[in-house]
Write a protein that binds this ligand. Sequence first.
Ligand SMILES: [Zn+2]
Length: 453
Amino acid sequence: MATDSMRIMVASLMGRAYDNLTELVSYRSVADPMVEPPKECAKAANWVVQAFGEVGLQMATMPTSDGSTCVYGYAPGPAGSPTVLLYCHYDVQPPLGEDQWRTPVWELSERDGRWYGRGAADCKGNIVMHLTALRALRKHDGGFPCSVKLICEGSEEQGTGGLEDLVPLHADLLRADAILVADTGNFAVGVPTLTTTLRGLAAVDVTLTALGGAVHSGMFGGPVPDPLVGLIRLLDSLHDDHGNTTVDGLEAGQSWSGVDYPADRFRADTQMLEGVEVVGSGSVADMLWARPSATVLGIDVPDVIGSVAAIQPAATARVSLRLPPGTTGKRAQDALVAHLRARVPWGLRCEITRVAVGDPFIGSLGGPALDAMKVSMEEAFHHPMATEGQGGSIPLCNVFAETFPEAEIMLLGVEEPRCQIHAPNESVDPSEIEHTALAEALFLRRYAAIAGV
Ligand SMILES: [Zn+2]
């Protein structure tokens, strides 16, 4: 069968994948000149140009508004075939606690069947996954069944939006019928998973002020309203007794229709202590991916050590809301502001500053690309495909959706939970690179066959 010989082809390319990832991980491509010299990012970008050029893409680099460089590639397919855009990024997080790494940060090291090193999964593992899929198609089929475009970003981890600015400006260059954003991962090793939603975000700073300056708590405490206590009461109104987020005007009873997230596993993943409850009246997946969640990110108050007997004149907190699809960041932020203002106690002065806002994202919920991906993933992994949401936001996905409203956008990749992306000892399971590359190669074939004209 063609599938079996493609499986054998991809398996035979895993030695090269290891060598490729070894080279890529050796570049310290943190896109912050305060952390690593910019030539490290340049080396990684050049490597991508070289490697994808060798599998048959015409390559170019494009400067972006934040000073980073995007790598672009294109290989036209047969006439009438659809176009697929492959996304990944070559920049990485800093080591974050170099002394906690058990293997060298910038050296791909094999241990217990996993490959360790910064970027091994996020996102250099995904670069190598794309590369392996294209290499397999080229060697096995002699070329690609459809038009293939590549965009590899150089500042994703910085959040500075270089590619987000570039996409609308170069819409024709990047336009595609299907977009594979390879910067997420499977729910668990061996469980093929599409990430179908990303949470949005709304954050504000709220300051309550009572006095023109601090006063002695012994002399004046009692009749003076303590702004910090007022703030605590205000923050308390954001959750009910069960831990559900309760913001006026924000729906909070939705449920998740995709993969179940067992509470035991969630406890382990979050290192939740014995006796501490998983909160909320929905399932873990409901609470994580279908409902809003409010967090207090910080409060400006005097430290305990060095605190004095005084009532502070003012207190400030930063409140962050994570949002499921079904609202916009702006609408949720408006609701949060109104909710807080309506509950300020004791006539305290209230000032609210809007800090951040991002819209939730929904990927393809149905269409020829999703159909082709589902069959291809199940074939590659011999396991039913799951769908999950993700807590973090990827603003680029919203830019893709706005710029290419017709395109089917799918999020996948090699970053399963054991990878510990962004943490010390990041690693990748090579079988995830292998099976995801196989799924992608099978997808390109299948999608070209059903979506061609
Ligand atoms: Zn990433």
